[in-house]
Design a protein. Structure first.
Lengths: 205, 198
């Protein structure tokens, strides 16, 4: 009995020593009354669908973002070739959640390394933050060496400066475009297809 | 006689436990094992002072540096004790979250932040990256927006902050959580090494 009490006592003291000091928030300041219309520069209350933060893109807005990114830089040697097709997918509520607006722009080329380099140059010059930077030349070299087909995969990925949207460049053979979901882009006789996808961050909840 | 002694031992044991609580609390109060920047200091950091045009701050909360101990009466297999740095929570109302976010990133860049410095929320939209995090001025600040038209989320945040948001005028709230970083990373958060061993 005595031994049990000793053990109990030791256990309780140990537990007390290991106790938690939870951090509890304290209010530093609170607006009183809550601000209503006394704020300078207040924007009108938007009426977007719930979850579509911020206002979902229209096709015109997305096309303008693409135009701003791909506009030739003064003094730059290389410029992008004309795109062959584009496709806009508006904001929607899918089965598994929200679908953010997307804008795809397709380019056909026989020299994907140069085109991807030009895109990378523009992204960096326009303050995008690269988060995926592939090695096209090495990829194409390996595919040629081992006789593999060029399946679609991302070669570039970037965030807009304020992270309101992302950009991604997928590269692959036109004959595989259908299975990659790019069947809407007809590359003609070109050997490669590059699809630039802009995607808005809509649901930031 | 034996029963009386047992009862006495229990009473003494309980007293000692209470005493250990008291001593521990007093010792912690007099000589806290953790520390960090105050609310005022965090409010003076790059993103602590930010209030983009067209927004209004409704509440500021501060949680001082503290440490998470092991579970009560936990003997085996418990999570180890670990320190938690101070956090300043600011809630602002806005109708233009895109401009708000741009202002946050612009302020962070002006404060010396570069994306390559991290942290790295570099996940695509489809991967449910739902927060922006920026390490600047010795703080790690996260930014998220809540749509007040989503009733369940609005009620959750009204309960959390004990506030009523005026949804007739404002559509979104921006929650800026500014956490102090450890001293080695430019912040003011610190703790004594002994805590880790406990």
């Amino acid at each position: 009995m005595r031994r049990f009490l000793c053990l109990l006592l030791i256990g309780l003291v140990m537990a007390a020593c290991r106790s938690t000091f939870p951090g509890s928030p304290t209010t530093v300041r609170v607006a009183s009354p809550l601000p209503v219309e006394t704020v300078d520069g207040i924007a009108p209350r938007p009426t977007h669908l719930p979850g579509s933060i911020p206002g979902p893109w229209s096709e015109a807005i997305a096309a303008q973002i693409h135009a701003n990114l791909t506009a030739p830089l003064p003094g730059a040697v290389a410029s992008l070739p004309p795109s062959i097709a584009s496709r806009f997918s508006p904001f929607a509520r899918g089965v598994n959640g929200l679908i953010c607006p997307r804008y795809d722009v397709a380019y056909a080329t026989d020299d994907p390394a140069t085109l991807v380099s030009a895109l990378r140059f523009l992204l960096v010059a326009r303050s995008y933050t690269l988060n995926l930077n592939g090695d096209v030349a090495r990829r194409l070299g390996d595919e040629m060496k081992y006789g593999r087909r060029s399946y679609f995969s991302a070669e570039l990925g970037a965030w807009a400066p304020e992270r309101s949207h992302s950009v991604r460049a997928d590269l692959g053979e036109p004959s595989l475009a259908q299975s990659a979901g790019f069947g809407w882009a007809d590359a003609g006789v070109a050997r490669y297809l590059i699809v630039l996808r802009y995607e808005q961050r809509c649901a930031l909840l | 006689m034996r029963t009386a002694l047992s009862c006495l031992a229990v009473v003494v044991g309980a007293f000692l436990v209470a005493l250990s609580f008291g001593v521990s609390a007093i010792a912690t109060y007099l000589d806290p094992p953790v520390g960090g920047r105050s609310a005022e200091a965090l409010l003076g950091t790059t993103l602590g002072a930010l209030r983009p045009a067209g927004s209004a701050e409704v509440i500021v909360r501060y949680t001082p540096t503290w440490w998470q101990g092991s579970d009560w009466l936990c003997m085996m297999g418990c999570a180890p004790a670990m320190p938690r740095c101070a956090v300043l929570e600011r809630v602002l109302v806005t109708n233009d979250p895109e401009s708000f976010r741009s202002a946050v990133f612009a302020a962070a860049r002006a404060g010396g932040w570069k994306p390559k410095d991290g942290p790295y929320p570099y996940i695509g939209v489809d991967d449910y990256m739902d927060e922006d995090q920026i390490a600047v001025s010795g703080t790690l600040t996260s930014l998220r927006f809540v749509d007040l038209d989503d009733v369940s989320k609005r009620e959750y945040h009204e309960h959390k902050f004990n506030l009523q948001f005026d949804v007739r005028v404002w559509r979104y709230i921006a929650v800026l959580d500014t956490m102090d970083l450890p001293r080695g990373e430019g912040g003011g958060c610190w703790w004594r090494g002994v805590i880790r061993a406990m």
